[in-house]
Design a protein around this ligand. Sequence first.
Ligand code: PLP
Length: 393
Amino acid sequence: MNSALMNTYNRFPLTLVKGEGSYVWDDAGNKYLDFTSGIATCNLGHVNLYVKEKVEQQLNTLWHCSNLYHIPPQEKLASQLVNNSCFDQVFFGNSGAEANEGAIKLARKYTKTVKNSSAYEIVTFKQSFHGRTLATLTATGQSKVQIGFEPLPEGFRYLPYNDFDSLKDLFKEQTCAVMLELIQAEGGVVVADKEWVKEVVRICKKNDVLLIIDEVQTGMGRTGTLFAYQQFEIEPDIITLAKGLGSGFPIGAVLAKKEVAKAFTPGSHGSTFGGNPLATTAGLATIEYITEKNICQNVSELGNYFKDKLHELLPLNPILKEVRGKGLLLGIALEGEAIDVVNAARQKGVLILVAGANVVRILPPLTTNKDEIDHCLSVLKEIVTSSEYMVSC
Ligand SMILES: Cc1ncc(COP(=O)(O)O)c(C=O)c1O
């Protein structure tokens, strides 16, 4: 198709024009069960009525004003995030990459101005994904997102994920922070080993190195707690959020402990749109809905149910290797091309995703129910037991 858009996405042959709850409709009126949630973004389902009403009120009041003025929903959202976490202060941006960029800047500024140290290096992990800006694609431990953009910014080093042995190389004199995802979502739905994470924390503490957890995909209830770090018995110095924070409105956030956050002073960081009244109203309504409706409990219960049922699919086809994930961030590792399963599911009215070449990724809205999960399971079962699928993989 001739398009005025730059060719940056391999798009599915589907045009979505409407959404409601767990469902979306295409331009021909076909209905799909959306178990992608806009890649873990529309976590409360499409057009969530509580969020919609709050945003509508704000739309009738004030759309935008500069961060040179006080913005009440921004203050309230920051308080809610702080009251529900181990952090003290928040900076708002517009996306996950921007949140990670902000976290990297904060780590370096803190190290230079508060610790008075010249350390600058951020250690990240192979197969990670942290965004597409120059610093965050460099932080990303996958060369496929870096090729062609050289020279890359200095000061990043990569270690293998979940690998105890290589932790002996974690700290070097120039290391100022470690940044990691507790589930490498884009990297194949790989869950961090809790003991390995604790060892990373121990080394960071011993050497006075900051720990940044990228919760852009795992945050806002996706894994069964408001933030994934809460299941790992750790207290990071910084976390980053985006995706589910605004229920579909673009917003990102850096949350930090007071001692670290104080390194940002007027002029050190900023954004025209970051924390604007509309996005932060959406964020505030989102966190209110998650906490008041006990959404995290729904996620843990349904996540366990879904995972158990996915395990029951494994013996049906030897190509299916492993079920991975936590809460409603789930993956099925296979020997064949995951995209074949995704395409077959779409043709049967269910939208799911890949994570790398060989992992099917499933990201239902956190408001989903057993009936919808059972429907997705029956479609997956039909696909993995069909003769075409056996042949194509
Ligand atoms: C863990 C993680 N970090 C960062 C990002 C980048 O977020 P954004 O696309 O909003 O810039 C993503 C996006 O998929 C992500 O999954």
